[in-house]
Write a protein that binds this ligand. Structure first.
Ligand SMILES: Nc1ncnc2c1ncn2[C@@H]1O[C@H](COP(=O)(O)OP(=O)(O)OP(=O)(O)O)[C@@H](O)[C@H]1O
Length: 359
C-alpha cells in the first residue's frame, strides 16, 4: 500500500488560459497509506479525471503524482501497481468465479496454495463461497460486478485500489449491503482505497474521508462529521445534507448579526467585524422554533410543513430568505401561513465570505 501525494493541475486541451479550460485546477493533496477515501461531486466536476491520474490512465498536464515519495507521474497503471474497478463488470464469462478471482494473482505467478487461500477469503467476504465453481456467464449483473470488486481486492501487494462508481449496476438493496461490506473489507485488509461517486450517502458510508469536488476544485477533504458540522465552502454546505444548509445574507456589527434588517443579538465574533457583507449558514437540523422576539431568532412565515416520517420539514420565508428546519415529530408543528420565530444563530452557525468559511 502507498501514500499518494498529488501536486498538479490538468487540462485536456492544450494551452489552457482560463479556469474553465481545466478539468482539475491546481491542487495539492495527500491520500494516507491504508485510508478509505471517496471523491464526491456532481457530474463533470473532475472525479474520474483525478482517479485516472492516480491510476496512470491519464498523465496530468502539469505537476506530479508521488507514491511513497517516488515520482510515478509518467508510469503506467501496471508499473504503479494499481487495481481499478469500473462501473461495469470486467470479467471473463468463460471462466468460473474462482478462476476470475484468481486471475490477477496467476498473472503475477503467486503460488497455487496462496491463490487458493486468498480467493477463498475474498469469496467469503463477498458472500460468493457457494458460487466458486459456477461459470460467470450464467450469473446476474450484480454477481458479475461482485466478481469485479473481488478481482480489485484480491491482490495484497497493490499500491491502491481505485473504484469508479462501482455500484451503478447493482440493485438498490444489494447496493446498501455491498457498501457496508466494502467498509468492513477495508478494515480487514487495510488497503488504500479511492472511490468515485456522485452519491453522498455512498461516499459518507464508505469513506473515512470524503473529498468534495466542484468545477475542477477539491473544496474540502473531511470526515462525515467535519463536512456536516463545519463545511469549509458553501458548496459543501449545500451538497451535503438533506436538505442542504440554509444560507442567509448577513452583516456583522458590534452587538450582533443583521439579517434582512433584523438584528440577531449575540456575543460578538471579532473576526466577523471587518468582513462586511457575509453569508450566514445554518443546517436545517439546527434551526429551532423560538419564542417571539427571542434575541437569536428571525420572524418568518410558514410556507410548507411536510411530514417526512422521522421528522417534520418546515419551509418558511423571512423577507427574501427561505429557511428550512428539520423539527422533531414531538415538536408543536406550525401550519402553513403561521407566523413563527426561528432560531438561526448558535454554536453550529457558520459564516462565509466569498463562499469560504471564515468563522
Ligand atoms: N477525455 C477527455 N477529453 C476532453 N475533456 C474531457 C475528457 N474527459 C473528461 N473531460 C472533461 O473534463 C471535465 C471533468 O470530467 P470528469 O469525467 O473527470 O468528471 P466527473 O466528475 O467524473 O463526471 P462524471 O460523474 O459525469 O463522470 C468535464 O468537463 C469533462 O467534459
Amino acid at each position: 500500500m502507498a501514500r499518494i501525494d498529488l501536486d498538479l493541475a490538468h487540462a485536456y486541451k492544450p494551452n489552457p488560459q482560463r479556469d474553465e479550460d481545466y478539468a482539475l485546477l491546481p491542487l495539492k493533496m495527500s491520500f494516507e497509506d491504508g485510508g478509505a477515501y471517496a471523491l464526491l461531486g456532481p457530474s463533470g466536476c473532475g472525479k474520474t479525471t483525478m482517479l485516472n491520474i492516480i491510476s496512470g490512465l491519464v498523465t496530468p498536464s502539469h505537476g506530479t503524482v508521488k507514491f511513497d515519495g517516488r515520482d510515478v507521474t509518467r508510469l503506467s497503471p501496471q508499473e504503479r501497481n494499481i487495481a481499478q474497478v469500473f462501473q461495469f463488470p470486467v470479467i471473463y464469462d468463460t471462466m468460473t468465479v474462482a478462476e476470475n478471482l484468481a486471475f490477477p494473482l496467476r498473472n503475477r505467478r503467486v503460488p497455487a496454495d496462496k491463490i487458493k487461500q486468498r480467493v477463498g477469503a475474498i469469496a467469503e467476504m463477498l458472500e460468493m463461497s457457494g458460487q466458486l465453481n459456477t461459470r460467470a456467464a450464467g450469473l446476474s449483473a450484480d454477481a458479475k460486478q461482485k466478481i469485479s470488486l473481488g478481482r480489485g481486492l484480491v491482490r495484497e501487494d497493490v499500491s491502491a485500489v481505485l473504484f469508479d462508481e462501482p455500484l451503478t449496476v447493482i440493485d438498490p438493496h444489494l447496493k446498501w449491503q455491498l457498501r457496508r461490506k466494502l467498509k468492513q473489507i477495508h478494515h480487514e485488509l487495510k488497503l488504500t482505497l479511492v472511490y468515485v461517486t456522485h452519491d453522498q450517502v455512498e461516499a459518507l458510508t464508505f469513506a473515512d474521508k470524503v473529498v468534495v469536488m466542484t468545477r475542477g476544485r477539491a473544496v474540502q477533504v473531511g470526515t462525515a462529521s467535519e463536512l456536516f458540522e463545519r463545511p469549509q465552502h458553501t458548496f459543501v454546505g449545500n451538497f451535503i445534507g438533506s436538505p442542504g444548509m440554509n444560507f442567509l445574507k448577513a452583516k456583522a456589527q458590534a452587538d450582533g448579526i443583521v439579517v434582512g434588517g433584523h438584528l440577531l443579538r449575540s456575543a460578538s465574533r471579532p473576526q466577523l467585524h471587518e468582513a462586511g457583507e457575509l453569508t450566514l449558514g445554518v443546517r436545517p437540523e439546527y434551526v429551532q422554533l423560538a419564542q417571539p422576539n427571542q434575541a437569536d431568532a428571525l420572524p418568518a412565515k410558514v410556507q410548507k410543513a411536510q411530514d417526512i416520517g422521522t421528522y417534520w420539514l418546515l419551509t418558511a420565508t423571512s423577507g427574501d430568505a427561505v429557511i428550512r428546519a428539520r423539527l422533531s415529530p414531538e415538536a408543536r408543528t406550525p401550519q402553513v401561513g403561521d407566523d413563527v420565530w426561528l432560531n438561526v444563530l448558535g454554536s453550529h452557525t457558520c459564516f462565509y465570505k466569498n463562499e469560504e468559511l471564515i468563522a
